[in-house]
Design a protein around this ligand. Structure first.
Ligand code: S3P
Length: 442
């Protein structure tokens, strides 16, 4: 797909439901005793993979005519052994959190995924889950495919996160649901807290304290019973990010993304864009389902480069590719430090962003854990970007083309459906005009 320079983008749009919240809403509903209903669920490939694996373990999941999803939960401790391998597709959050669920149930399951997911490290969740009593046989380096046997008598642990990862935190807490005793996760740097908030909402005995060193300690007493509930998933800030950046960098634009989740563990990109001089305003702020939400209104702005501190990484970890695109149109250097985790996402995002920007005439440098982009040094665009099965690389560079001097082409757009089906249609409704070419079937 090719993204040519665009006329001003104008309008209001809402983005689909948050991916992290959608996975968790399905999982906790599947473990509650009784019927839950979820409005605004993200109907993307990743989330549908979660629905399908939970169905294979006994939950009754169906889409209602009004668009809500109804989940009949099995109750904590009652997941059934799946009869076939669980296919997680491209979904890292889905597999890591589900491994946590299985780890404290006495069942055996095999997890498989696509070539991107099969390259991603699973040791970060398997290490603590093994300590809790799960047994795992995995391909070398603890990668998929793997088979896990959940513990008959799981053991509670206190686990300090060695990497700032909400997926690891969540896997341990979800395993703690069916573990007698207190399971504690200590996180030196706060990461997205949807699991904790939602566990409390479903009635689990969970508490979060901050110790003298400023570390968050999250403790859950198990085994815990979950009560069903009705909930609505707010719009995904990580999807809103694309329209927000486009609205700032395409001259003459004025764009509002409505009903966006504004949980502070997710809003690092908006803070950074404001520091860069972006005209970005949060309007109509309110609380919905225990979360802060609001409308994000942007107008095209002359951005300037900034230093993005490592402490901000967890609150915008999925937004660095599109921030790097914004930086390509900013005056001066934008330096992003402490972003080594980008190397283990759907692809090595530091490498993919560096190569993609360089192919499009942007001055860019990167190291193991940092990225530096200098904007406006010459003509931009004209290149083709390798997306490596990564949805956010594809969307970020389609946004780049809208503001570049020459069109930008991405080699594949199929993966966009893993997180943001409707991305192309929504950007077109704002005024973008992409052109698509279908690759010949080989
Ligand atoms: C997620 C956590 C983040 C993020 C991912 C979703 C989650 O991963 O990149 O897209 O829903 O918990 P890490 O926990 O590995 O940082």
């Amino acid at each position: 797909m090719t993204s040519p320079p665009s006329a001003p983008l104008k309008g209001r749009l809402s983005v689909p439901g948050d991916k992290s919240v959608s996975h968790r809403a399905l999982m906790l509903s599947a473990l509650a005793i009784g019927r839950s209903r979820i409005g605004g669920l993200l109907e993307s490939e990743d989330v549908l993979a979660t629905a399908s694996v939970l169905g294979a373990m006994g939950a009754g999941i169906e889409r209602l005519d009004d668009g809500r999803w109804q989940v009949d939960g099995v109750g904590v401790g009652a997941l059934l052994e799946p009869e076939t391998a669980l296919d997680f597709g491209n979904a890292g959050t889905s597999v890591r959190l589900t491994l946590g669920l299985i780890a404290s149930h006495p069942i055996v399951a095999t997890a498989i995924g696509d070539p991107s997911l099969s390259k991603r490290p699973m040791a970060r969740v398997l290490d603590p889950l093994r300590t809790m009593g799960a047994e795992v046989i995995a391909r070398s380096g603890d990668r998929l495919p793997l088979t896990i046997r959940g513990a008959e008598t799981p053991v509670p642990i206190t686990y300090e996160l060695p990497v700032p990862s909400a997926q690891v935190k969540s896997a341990v807490l979800l395993a703690g649901l069916n573990t007698p005793g207190t399971t504690t996760v200590i996180e030196p740097v706060p990461t997205r807290d949807h699991t904790e908030r939602m566990l409390a909402g479903f009635g689990a005995p969970i508490k979060t304290e901050t110790d003298e060193a400023g570390r968050r300690q999250i403790s859950l007493s198990g085994p815990a019973a979950l009560e069903p509930m009705d909930l609505t998933v707010p719009g995904d800030p990580s999807s809103a990010a694309f329209a927000v950046v486009a609205g700032l960098i395409v001259p003459g634009s004025d764009v509002t993304v409505t009903d966006v989740l504004l949980n502070p563990t997710r809003t690092g990109l908006f803070d950074t864009l404001a520091e860069m001089g972006g005209d970005i305003a949060i309007e109509n702020e309110r609380i919905s389902g225990g979360e802060r939400i609001g409308d994000v209104h942007v107008r095209a702005s002359r951005l300037k480069g900034v230093d993005v501190p490592p402490s901000r990484a967890p609150s915008m970890i999925d937004e660095y590719p599109v921030l790097a695109v914004a930086a390509a149109f900013a005056e001066g250097e934008t330096r992003m430090e402490g972003v080594g985790e980008l190397r283990v996402k759907e692809t090595d995002r530091l490498a993919a962003v560096t190569a993609g920007l360089a192919a499009n005439g942007i001055q860019v440098e990167s190291g193991d854990t940092w990225l530096a982009v200098t904007g406006r040094t010459g003509l931009s665009g004209g290149g083709t970007v390798a997306t490596h099965l990564d949805h956010r690389i594809a969307m970020s560079f389609l946004i780049m083309g809208l503001a570049a001097d020459e069109p930008v082409t991405v080699d594949d757009t199929r993966m966009i459906a893993t997180s943001f089906p409707g991305f192309v249609t929504m950007m077109e409704a704002l005024g973008a005009a992409f052109t698509a070419e279908t690759a010949p079937v080989s």
